[in-house]
Design a binder for this molecule. Structure first.
Ligand code: GLU
Length: 422
């Protein structure tokens, strides 16, 4: 999607860590420990394709840090997956969990491939062989995968089932929480599917309250219309905010009257993208970014808002549903132009927060009502938002650096008391 070529995502994250470490006065040894992941796993595994041929796949799992709890984070199926990007994304999971005071560390993994080119059976066999190749490098108290770009509840069900079948019969049912983001039928949590979008919405409403900005009657543009983007569109419409332009891997569409998010989300479920949706006309990527609206919600991939896009955007606020959508150069311009940014580690942390609720429910053999999940998430997101916004104000730094600083402080406190072995 991005026209920019080489993007050193892990270095970008590292720079934010350095900035936040200075403000938070972090002991240098903690910053050094966090500057590299603990484990970087690469596996190669064969899969029999539908045409009878065998194809080799490359899979990854990065385990960034587990000082606060088991490694936690999504599995990404995408053709652009690289070790460097996954290192950045794994580190961001560490900050997300620490910021939200969830007793998990950070991890991320995936397979380099285009899942759209595979049949459902092939996707299942890739998932099962990948899970098998990872073996005991994942586990319910060790490293807990979840959905990310290109994966969903179905992929999690295959992953869980494969993992469960590698342990003895007696322990089988205790393994369900080896993954989160499962369907309800497989032991998932109510409210997990919309959780990332719901968390983003809580941040948006808190931001609007803080800025005395009335959301009703306002407009938004959304990049990515999968789980996060689609649910964000739906929840925004409930607040009276209309989505007037959308985009995904297939292109961009505009509808000044506002899209019917339900119909558009159904179309994406049926056809795999926004392409061919009738109630909208095709626009270019540039036209999308230049659309005058109140909110921009990137909900696709990293590295989407560089210098050019930051100059083009005509919005009041950018809420990062995706991980790393704004480059540091892009962010600088947005902030100079008075456009607020709700940073990813805060804004999209609703997903992992409800993943934690799912894990706790599995561990306790409980099933919570949607209301209970929603209420807990709302309290957690509002607390996260206000802690970040207060820190940013008190230390005259950006919301992003504030979120990093708060996360790093929690991790540093654990290192200070536990010290380093031996
Ligand atoms: N992939 C999501 C994220 O980037 C969710 C991770 C999880 O639930 O563990 O936050």
């Amino acid at each position: 999607m991005s026209e920019q070529q080489h993007y050193e995502f892990f270095k970008v994250i590292q720079d934010y860590v350095d900035q936040a470490s200075k403000i938070a006065n972090l002991p240098p040894h903690v910053t050094s420990i966090l500057s590299q992941p603990k484990n970087e796993l690469i596996v190669h595994f064969p899969v029999r394709m539908d045409n009878g041929e065998t194809r080799m796949f490359k899979g990854y799992r990065i385990q960034h840090n587990n000082v606060l709890g088991p490694y936690k984070g999504g599995m990404r199926y995408h053709e652009t997956v690289t070790l460097d990007d996954l290192k950045a994304l794994a580190a961001m999971m560490t900050w997300k969990c620490a910021l939200m005071e969830i007793p998990f560390g950070g991890g991320k993994g995936g397979v380099k491939m285009n899942p759209r080119e595979l049949s459902s059976n092939e996707l299942m066999r890739v998932t099962r062989r990948f899970t098998h190749a990872l073996g005991s490098n994942i586990g319910p108290e060790y490293d807990i995968p979840a959905p990310d770009v290109g994966t969903n509840a179905q992929v999690m069900a295959w992953m869980m089932d494969t993992y469960m079948n590698t342990v003895g019969h007696v322990e089988k049912n205790a393994q369900k929480r080896v993954v989160t983001g499962k369907s309800l039928a497989c032991g998932g949590s109510r409210g997990r599917e919309k959780a990332t979008a719901q968390g983003l919405i809580h941040c948006i409403t808190e931001w609007a309250d803080e800025k005395n900005f009335k959301l009703e009657g306002k407009t938004a543009i959304i990049q990515g219309f999968g789980n996060v983007g689609g649910n964000t569109g739906l929840l925004l419409s409930k607040l009276g905010v209309s989505t007037i332009a959308v985009g995904d891997h297939s292109g961009y569409l505009s509808n000044p009257e506002g899209f019917n998010s339900h119909k558009l989300a159904d179309h994406v479920k049926q056809h795999g993208s926004i392409a061919g949706y009738e109630a909208g006309h095709s626009i270019t990527r540039e036209e999308f970014f230049a659309t005058k609206a109140d909110l921009f919600l990137p909900a696709a991939l990293e590295n989407q808002v560089g210098i050019a896009e930051a100059k083009m955007l005509q919005v009041r606020m950018v809420g990062e549903g995706a991980n790393g959508p704004c480059t540091p150069e892009g962010e600088k311009i947005l902030l100079q132009r008075g456009i607020d940014i709700l940073p990813d580690v805060l804004a999209n942390s609703g997903g992992v927060t409800v993943s934690y609720y799912e894990w706790v429910q599995n561990k306790r053999s409980e099933t919570w009502d949607l209301e209970e999940v929603d209420t807990k998430l709302e309290i957690a997101m509002k607390r996260g938002y206000h802690r970040t916004s207060t820190y940013a104000r008190e230390h005259s730094c950006s919301m992003r650096v504030a979120a990093y600083a708060l996360a790093l402080q929690n991790i540093a406190a654990a290192y200070a008391e536990r010290d380093i072995f031996p």
